[in-house]
Design a protein around this ligand. Structure first.
Ligand code: FES
Length: 143
């Protein structure tokens, strides 16, 4: 399966790239098998994610899913951001090849990790709010 035009677009022209100096929450996640790392930064005002950016050291699909995930949560409430699933990110990109599904899981994890960090910095235990951060799934590099 080839990459969709949307994946290629977000890979070639990723949105919201870069570090955020004054982030309210930072989430860093990685897949130990493929070694890719995704870092997500969020700015929060009145429970709304007013700004978001990312830095991804990873494959093209990891970059495209990070980029799309930032677009999907920007300007939305924390509650909505926490409902973002890797499936929704993949759908927004018109799909990913099966061997690249795990890359989209990183994007979901990274958003949740950034929100967790935001709550921790506020002195709030994020466990009950953020819920389970999905486990990394197998990376089929050999396929
Ligand atoms: Fe592992 Fe894409 S994040 S190959």
């Amino acid at each position: 399966m080839a990459y969709s035009e949307k994946v290629m677009d977000h890979f070639a022209n990723p949105r919201n790239v870069g570090e955020m100096e004054d982030a309210d929450g930072i989430g860093e996640v990685g897949n130990s098998k493929c070694g890719d790392i995704m870092k997500m930064y969020i700015k929060v005002r009145d429970d709304i994610i007013t700004d978001v950016s990312f830095k991804t050291f990873g494959c093209g699909a990891a970059i495209a899913t990070s980029s799309m995930a930032t677009e999907l949560v920007k300007g939305h409430s924390i509650k909505e951001a926490l409902q973002l699933t890797n499936k929704a990110v993949m759908e927004a990109l018109d799909g990913l090849p099966p061997v690249k599904v795990h890359c989209s899981v990183l994007a979901e994890q990274a958003i949740k990790a950034a929100v967790s960090d935001y709550y921790e910095k506020q002195g709030i235990d994020p466990k009950d709010i953020v819920g389970e951060i999905p486990e990394p799934i197998e990376c089929h590099l050999e396929d």
